[in-house]
Design a protein around this ligand. Sequence first.
Ligand code: GDP
Length: 217
Amino acid sequence: MTIMLKNPYAQATFLKSAALVSQLPEDTGFEVAFAGRSNAGKSSALNCLTNIRQLAKTSRTPGRTQLINVFSLADETKRLIDLPGYGYAKVPFQVKRDWQKNLAHYLDVRQSLRGLILLMDSRHPLKELDQSMIEWGLSRQLPIHILLTKADKLSRLQARNAQLLVEKHYELMADLLSVQLFSSLKKQGVEELIKTLNQWMGFGEELTGGDNDGGER
Ligand code: GDP
């Protein structure tokens, strides 16, 4: 049975792009960041969640725009943060290095950051940079929710195995890390993602359906 949750992210609006952490909005309230390799499906997932088409544009020039995109919810104390995709081979070394520093700085200092949504192609999960990113987040006690994207490209069994593989890899960190399958194409997993976001964003029961939240897969 599918239970429709209210989606407070459908009203997200683009606030700004920042090249540096110092250009981000004031560090108060609640923030959830989305990260992943270039081409992991991050723009598609954010589109799927927020209906903001403009996001798709950012991925057409992978590596050239190393900007942090900030989206604000109707409740302006809450923001979604779209971090630049990593791992794109053609990014000049210096841009990569600068961005790594910037990212490390963001993860280190940002008090309003409540969790990280980490996207990996379900066909090729846990690449080296993904693992570094996850370990980085975990080392500072940041909750991480993994989306195994493009799940529509796998059979049910393959998808299940991909999820088990990642869960097993981080089984000792299960209190900080969760994993789900996701497909922007089929709109699979959107509700599960919304539930996690709602928890981290500090939304109350009114958004999570209160006593009838049995729709989780
Ligand atoms: P980004 O670089 O992480 O922002 O990735 P994009 O969202 O731009 O997606 C990269 C490519 O994967 C594009 O060609 C998308 O059409 C494709 N893609 C993204 N999500 C899905 C999905 O759920 N299913 C399938 N089959 N393809 C997807």
